[in-house]
Write a protein that binds this ligand. Structure first.
Ligand SMILES: Cc1ncc(COP(=O)(O)O)c(C=O)c1O
Length: 365
C-alpha cells in the first residue's frame, strides 16, 4: 500500500488492485453496485458515431439541463467526472493556484500538478462535523488562486456542504477573483433531496458530476460540467484536445436512463440511508472507533483507536478477517479508514462483524 507514492494518482493505482468487486466483505467500494444489462436493458444505438457538436450530444445536454434545472448552455457533457474535473482545472487554473479541501478525494489534490498549478489545502474540521475551518481557508486562498475546490457530499466523510460554508467559499473566491468547484458526484444520495448548487446560476460556481456513484453507471463514462457559458466555452476548447468525441453507445444508454433516473435514485437513496443508519448503530455500539454520521451517500470516515495507522489496520483487517477498508492516508488522514456501506443488508451485517473482530484483535496486538 505504501508503494506508488510517485505516480500521478496513488489512490487510483491502489483501488484498481484492491477494490476489484462488490464482494460481500468489501467495505471499500465507493459507488453503488453497477447496474446490469438485466436490470436496465437498452437498445444499441443506430450507429456508433454521431455528430455531437462542441458541447456534447445536444439531446443528452438538454436532458441533463432539464434534470438539473439549468439552461442547456450551462452544460458540458464530459467523459466522466474525472475528465470533468481535469477539464475544469485545465481551463481555469493552468499555471495558477488551487485551494482544495482536506481530507480530499486525492485526484483533486493531484490535478494541480498535472496542469502546472500549485496547490494548498484548507481543513475540514472533524471537531465541527467536518465543517470548513475558516482560518485555514483564508490562508489557503491567496492572490493567483483560480479555484476553490470541495466535494458535496464530502468524499470521504459523506457530510453535506453547509450553506454557511458555501457562502464562505464564495466570499473568499470573490476576494481573489476565483471560482468555486463543487464536485457533486454523491449529492443525489443525500438523505435530504436537494438540487445542484449550479441552479443558483452564480457565475463563480462550477459543478462537476457523473452517472458513476449515485446511479451505478460508472462504466458508461458519462459526466458533466455545469457553469456559465463562457466557462463552458473554455472547457469545450480544451476538450477538443483531450476527448474530441464521446462514446455513442454510452450516450444512447444515458439518454434512456435519465428518463427513469429520478425513480431509480430515489430507491437507491432510501436503501443507502438504511445501510447508513445500520452502520451508524454499529459505530455507536463500539468504544474504540468514532465517526460523523454521513448525511447520505454510502461512505463514511472512521477514526481508529488513538495511535493507529490506518494503512497497517487496513492490511490487518484484510489479512485476519478478509474485510476491505480504504486507508485514510489516501485522504490525508492516516489515523482513519474510509468504509463504504453500500452492500446488501445481510452482507453489511457480516462485513461489520468482521471489521469489529479485526478491531478487537487490533486492540490485543
Ligand atoms: C469525488 C469524486 N469525484 C470524481 C470521481 C470520478 O468519477 P468518474 O467515474 O465519473 O470519473 C470520484 C470517483 O471515485 C469521486 O469520488
Amino acid at each position: 500500500m505504501a508503494d506508488d507514492r510517485d505516480v500521478p494518482f496513488p489512490y487510483m493505482r491502489w483501488a484498481k488492485r484492491h477494490l476489484t468487486g462488490f464482494t460481500p466483505s468489501n467495505l471499500g467500494m465507493s459507488g453503488l453496485a453497477s447496474l446490469t444489462a438485466a436490470e436496465f436493458p437498452s437498445a444499441p444505438p443506430a450507429a456508433y458515431w454521431a455528430p455531437e457538436g462542441p458541447y456534447g450530444d445536444p439531446e443528452l445536454r438538454a436532458a441533463l439541463a432539464a434534470r438539473e434545472g439549468v439552461p442547456p448552455d450551462h452544460v458540458f457533457v464530459s467523459a466522466g467526472a474525472s475528465l470533468a474535473n481535469f477539464l475544469v482545472y485545465l481551463a481555469e487554473a493552468r499555471g495558477g493556484h488551487v485551494a482544495c479541501e482536506a481530507p480530499a478525494y486525492e485526484a483533486l489534490l493531484r490535478l494541480p500538478a498535472a496542469v502546472s498549478a500549485s496547490c494548498s489545502t484548507f481543513r475540514r474540521d472533524p471537531a465541527r462535523g467536518w465543517r470548513i475551518d475558516p482560518a485555514s481557508l483564508r490562508t489557503a486562498v491567496r492572490p493567483g488562486t483560480r479555484l476553490l475546490v470541495v466535494t458535496d457530499l464530502h468524499n470521504p466523510t459523506g457530510v453535506r456542504l453547509h450553506a454557511d460554508d458555501l457562502a464562505l467559499l464564495l466570499a473568499e473566491a470573490a476576494r481573489v477573483g476565483a471560482a468555486v468547484v463543487v464536485d457533486e458526484i454523491y449529492r443525489e444520495l443525500d438523505t435530504v433531496v436537494r438540487p445542484t448548487v449550479a441552479r443558483t446560476l452564480d457565475p463563480r460556481v462550477i459543478v462537476t458530476n457523473s452517472l458513476t456513484k449515485c446511479h451505478g453507471l460508472g462504466g458508461l463514462r458519462i459526466g458533466w460540467i455545469l457553469a456559465t457559458p463562457d466557462r463552458i466555452e473554455r472547457v469545450a476548447e480544451w476538450n477538443d484536445l483531450v476527448c474530441p468525441a464521446h462514446p455513442v453507445p454510452s450516450i444512447a444508454i444515458a439518454k434512456a436512463y435519465l428518463r427513469e433516473a429520478d425513480a431509480r435514485v430515489a430507491r437507491s437513496r432510501a436503501e443507502a440511508a438504511a445501510r447508513g443508519a445500520q452502520t451508524d448503530a454499529w459505530v455507536r455500539g463500539r468504544r474504540d472507533v468514532s465517526w460523523t454520521k454521513p448525511d447520505g451517500g454510502i461512505t463514511g470516515f472512521l477514526r481508529l483507536p488513538a495511535g493507529s495507522d490506518g494503512t497497517a489496520f487496513a492490511e490487518h483487517a484484510l489479512a485476519t478477517q478478509g474485510v476491505r477498508v480504504v486507508p485514510g492516508a489516501f485522504f490525508q488522514a492516516p489515523d482513519h479508514v474510509r468504509i463504504s456501506f453500500g452492500l446488501r443488508e445481510p452482507d453489511l451485517v457480516r462485513a461489520l462483524g468482521a471489521l469489529g473482530a479485526a478491531l478487537d484483535a487490533w486492540a490485543r496486538r
